[in-house]
Design a protein around this ligand. Sequence first.
Ligand SMILES: [Zn+2]
Length: 296
Amino acid sequence: MYTIGVDLGATFVKMGIVDSKARVSYRRKIQTPSGVKKSHLIDIIVCNIRDIIKESGKKVSGVGIGVPGPVDSEKGIVHYFPNIKGWKEVPLESILKKRLGLRVKLDNDVNVTTLGEFVFGSGKGCENLVCITLGTGVGGGIIINGKLYRGGSMVAGEIGHMPINETGPECNCRGIACLERYIGNRYILERARKVFGNSATLEKLSALARSGNKKAIAIWLDVAKKLSVTLIGVVNLLNPDKIVIGGGVSKAGPLILVPLSKEIKSRAMKDQARHVKICLAKLGADAGIIGASLLV
Ligand SMILES: [Zn+2]
């Protein structure tokens, strides 16, 4: 049984054919053209899907697609994309269905990543799981009793927009002192550039910290502490089996994970703290494709 997973992002469109053991083949990675028109982006998706089906010669049972913004996953409608212009209430599912003649399901990218980790990644075997993606945005997906928790109007999981303070910087979600406003990658980079100059990158910041640079270690430690403030609340509230940390910023690995686990284990309520495991995501760059394929 083969399905196609599509990971639509503001920077890249990635896709591949996925088998029942989550092995990905016939990958495509296409740069999302900047300022791309909606119709053109849909063409790119459709043409590449047709291409890989033809190239592989496989019989494909459907297409799952993860998208970078809020959606109505029941109706298959994209509400909007914060980082791609021109998308407003677009019935993407039915458009693709019509053009491809295949079953299509869509969902938000963080939910899709969470599903992937839940079924095939670090969350395998858990019933209650919170998955966090650390990148430009800070996203969250929640599995409760083995099912994705979507909330009343299907937009639950916005961990990055939980305030960690009463006052603080404004966030573009209209909130104040949101977690993302402190540990979204552009804000970590801002801090790094103040200390190490304009050529600083997150990779360099990690490398410096690993080589023992105290100022670099201090920045990662602060990221971990801010994240822990939110996650201690999440752990106390939801009593998850696992917290899975993914996304580009999580490449800092133990620099975040070690102090984060320490904070949670020592500050969350006893039973919750003892039970929860904090780990890194396993599926890496393929999480979006594999998770999306699970939608169908
Ligand atoms: Zn916010």
